[in-house]
Design a protein. Structure first.
Length: 242
């Protein structure tokens, strides 16, 4: 984790022209994303939007029996608060930090006032919305069609991209919830991948030992999701193209 978080570690903020960035920065505050910190809750008013700098936020659906299913993840490539950008005030879902880190936070009312259609950020958020929808759709197909091992590797790769480090906290219980499978299944897959020398996993910490090997063990979904984010968010010169 960076010892000195910088707002432009977030890729959306990094695209802004200096004048727009400085104007926007004045209304942002740095916050810590503790493990399981809830950023917005089920059918509750969304008070803040977040631009993660480091860490991973899970977007989940919670069932009546309390079980949860992950529908998407957000890291420093993105933004937490799309319902607000799309004109909603609440959503029947939850967002919480799954890997601790930092984010820049803005009051929802201020955000609505600042992000107008003529701003670069508005255009980038439109593109980010499409990228996140692509991620959710691809992940839904992946969860239906691919093995637990392939999905495990996809999730680990996406997490490493967001934290930009070879080691990050991750419990098997938590990963089983995110993948929608039993903990025993996750334990079996993690053991197999560890024996292959691709990862080291102990005491709730995941260490990547062989990135290329994990990519080879993942399904095509990781590459498709990553390519779409790169295509849509690469730089502000692409605004207006799809």
């Amino acid at each position: 984790m960076s010892s000195s978080p910088e707002p432009r570690q977030n890729r959306l903020l990094a695209t802004l022209p200096d004048e727009e960035y400085e104007n926007f920065l004045f209304n942002l505050e740095l916050v810590t994303l503790e493990f399981k910190k809830i950023l917005y809750d089920v059918n509750q008013p969304i008070q803040y939007v977040y631009f993660p700098l480091y860490g991973v936020v899970s977007l989940v659906t919670i069932m009546e029996d309390g079980s949860i299913a992950e529908v998407g993840t957000v890291g420093n490539e993105g933004f937490v608060g799309l319902p607000v950008f799309l004109g909603a005030e609440q959503i029947p879902g939850q967002a919480f930090a799954q890997v601790p880190g930092y984010a820049m936070r803005m009051d929802t009312k201020v955000f609505k006032d600042k992000v107008k259609s003529e701003t670069v950020l508005f255009n980038m958020l439109q593109r980010y919305t499409q990228a996140l929808f692509n991620q959710i759709a691809q992940s839904a197909a992946c969860n239906r069609l691919h093995t637990i091992e392939e999905r495990f590797c996809r999730w680990v790769l996406m997490t490493q991209d967001r934290v930009q480090a070879d080691q990050f906290p991750l419990t098997q219980e938590f990963l089983s919830q995110m993948l929608g499978v039993r903990r025993a299944a996750v334990n079996k897959v993690a053991t197999t991948i560890q024996k292959a020398g691709l990862i080291q996993y102990q005491r709730g910490k995941m260490t990547i030992l062989d990135r290329e090997g994990i990519e080879s063990s993942s399904c095509e979904c990781y590459g498709i999701i990553k390519a779409e984010f790169e295509r849509l968010l690469n730089n502000q010169k692409n605004v207006g193209q799809v």
